[in-house]
Each structure stands twice: as C-alpha cells, then as structure tokens.
Design a protein around this ligand. Structure first.
Ligand code: UDP
Ligand code: MN
Length: 334
C-alpha cells in the first residue's frame, strides 16, 4: 500500500508522483495507492485530479480529511486505510525511479522489523531535473532535534560487504520510507499528535530503534524529491517556530529521558500547549513494548556521537568561525 499525504500540492507534481509510482512498480507488488488530501484549499485541481485518477481504474484513491491535520496525522490516517502487508510512504512531489520498490519489499520480506528508506535524490526546483544523491551518508541529529546528513562512520563502512547493502541510519527523513504494516501498528505508528510539520520523523526514528527496528537506507531504491527552499503552506493559525517547538517537546518528552535537558538548554523556547495525557500514553506504549532506553540508543545506534557529560548544563558544538572575534572562557563565578 503506497500512502501519499498532500496539502495544496500542485496537480502537475502530484501527477508526476502518481505516474511514476504506477508505471514503475510491478503490478504484483503495487496493490493500492492511497492519497490523503489534507484539507487542500486549491479546489480548482480537485476535479482534474479525480478525472486523472480514472485512467488507473481504482488503483489510486483519495481520502479526504475534514480539517487540516498536518503531515504526520495525514500519514497515520492513510495507514488506517491500507490493507496490504507493507506500507510505503511517499511525499506528494517525488518521482520514483525504475525498480524503486522491489529492493524495499524484498528487504522487508527478509526482516519484518526493517524500516527502509529509499535513497533520496534531488529534483531541482529550477528545472525539475533529477540529481542523484551520493553514497556514503546517513542521518544524524543535533540536540535541537534537527536532522542532518553525516558521513558513514568506520564502524558501518567496515561492516558493509557491498555498496548495494542497506545502510543503517540513526535518523531518517519521512519523505520516502516503507515498513511492515503490523510491525508499524505494534510500534504505535508516527505520533499522531504532532502538529502540521516537522520532527515527527526524528521522533519516529529514535523510537523505532529503541523498540527493536532497524532503520536503513537502501542504495538500490531511488526516489527523487523536490526539496523546497521554504515551506509553501500555512501552519494553521500558528507560527512555524511554535509548531516545530511543540513537536520537538513531544519528541524530547517521549524519547530523550534525562537527556532532554540538553534539548531544553539550547532550544528557543516558545509558549506551547502539549497534551500531557497523550504524552503519558506514548511513554506507556514504549514501556509496554519493552523498548530500550535512550542511553542504549546512544551507545548502540550512534556511538560516534560524543555524549554530553551528564552534569553539563548546556551542550553544543562551537564552530571556529563563531569564536573568531570572541574569546571563550570558563565562568568561575559559581
Ligand atoms: N502535508 C500534509 N499536510 C500538511 C503539511 C504537509 O499532508 O499540513 C504533506 C505534504 O503535501 C507532503 C508531505 O506532507 O506530501 C510532507 O510535507 P513536506 O513535503 O512539506 O515536508 P518536507 O519534505 O519539506 O520535509
Ligand atoms: Mn517533501
């Protein structure tokens, strides 16, 4: 089941996504495509989209939310309609490449706890051309809970037998990944109480590893994605900073345990309302599933990342350029 959430996606890019999925997936593997229209307000394209879907005779269908749910909840809603063993999530402005699906399904077939991300190529925003991503990177995070690409450490390079082996990734972005549906349900899905956009994928990656998954990037499966220079939609009645902070707080509270102080020490704080009842339920789920704690994650999934000393009040990497005209000194007043 391919699940694609969208909010105000242009018809041309949405059709590029769908056409590539239908044409480049073997019919034995592709059973349904579920579009989740997250309360788009671009009504002009609605009829044209429905007309375009006829050509695929029921393979692609649209479910519509009645209020703006945000990308995470839209993904979760899409999963509730999925009927097949494997769910594959895609953004609505991608182009899947030849044989994008076979390696993913095959890998999940051998390990039903694998969460497999496709290699994300770039579709340029100027000419809409495909630019291949290089090999040798995977996802890390900083204490502000932001994702970033980092070079593969030796411990992984030494273990990989072939350049086409899936590469373990501590964190993965949510644009194109697949996993076993039942395992996904058991994990507790993406956190449905995340707002509009952001950090849901970081939270899910942490939690998935802690609960026995292995998050991997498959070098043989390629999906081109339009990385937009800025977010083109509104954040409801809220600001993007507040929404992202809200989602980061949920992440810190569910996965970081006593490491959360490193997040709070450096984050730009905003006044946000976090639903404590649902947070407690998310923590409870992790303990019911006997998931590892966050120290385990640091030691086993990303051991090359230096651990902040436990008595540190603040922890950050200082870049040389920031210190050029300043001196750093130890405050000895207390
Ligand atoms: N999306 C959605 N509802 C929203 C925001 C985003 O359904 O409120 C969809 C969006 O159309 C896209 C996916 O969620 O298909 C991921 O969002 P986006 O591509 O903006 O995230 P990015 O790739 O920039 O991280
Ligand atoms: Mn996207």
């Amino acid at each position: 089941s391919v699940v694609i959430p969208f909010h105000n996606e242009q018809l041309s890019t949405l059709l590029r996504t769908l056409t590539s999925v239908v044409k480049r997936s073997p019919s034995a593997l592709l059973k349904e495509v579920i579009l989740v229209d997250d309360c788009s307000t671009l009504d002009c394209s609605r009829e044209e989209l429905e007309k375009a879907l006829w050509q695929w005779g029921g393979l692609v269908r649209v479910v519509r939310t009645t209020q703006r749910e945000g990308s995470t909840k839209a993904r979760v809603i899409g999963a509730s309609y999925a009927t097949q063993d494997v769910i594959s999530y895609l953004d609505s402005h991608v182009e899947v490449n030849q044989r994008w699906l076979e390696p993913i399904v095959s890998h999940i077939n051998t390990n039903n706890k694998a969460i497999v991300m496709s290699t994300l190529d770039t579709i340029t925003t100027e000419k809409f051309e495909l630019q291949g991503a290089g090999w040798g990177f995977h996802g890390g995070f900083n204490w502000n809970l932001e994702f970033y690409w980092k070079g593969l450490p030796d411990r992984i390079l030494n273990k990989l037998q072939r350049t086409y082996d899936p590469v373990p990734s501590p964190i993965m972005p949510a644009g194109a990944f697949a996993l076993h549906r039942e395992f996904y349900m058991w994990l507790g899905l993406l956190d449905p109480d995340m707002k509009i956009w952001g950090v849901d994928d970081v939270e899910f990656s942490f939690r998935a590893w802690q609960c026995g998954a292995s998050v991997e990037i498959h070098p043989c499966s390629h999906v081109g994605h339009i990385f937009r220079p800025h977010i083109p939609y509104t954040f409801g009645n809220d600001t993007s900073q507040r929404v992202v902070f809200h989602n980061s707080v949920r992440t810190a509270e569910v996965v970081l345990e006593h490491y959360k102080k490193f997040f709070y020490a450096q984050a730009n704080h905003h006044k946000v309302d976090v639903n404590m009842t649902s947070l407690r339920a998310r923590r409870q789920l992790k303990s019911d599933n006997n998931c590892h704690d966050f120290s385990w994650f640091m030691q086993n999934v990303i051991p090359e990342m230096p651990l902040p000393p436990q008595d540190a009040v603040h922890y950050e990497h200082i870049m040389p350029k920031e210190t050029k005209d300043n001196c750093i000194d130890v405050d000895q007043t207390d």
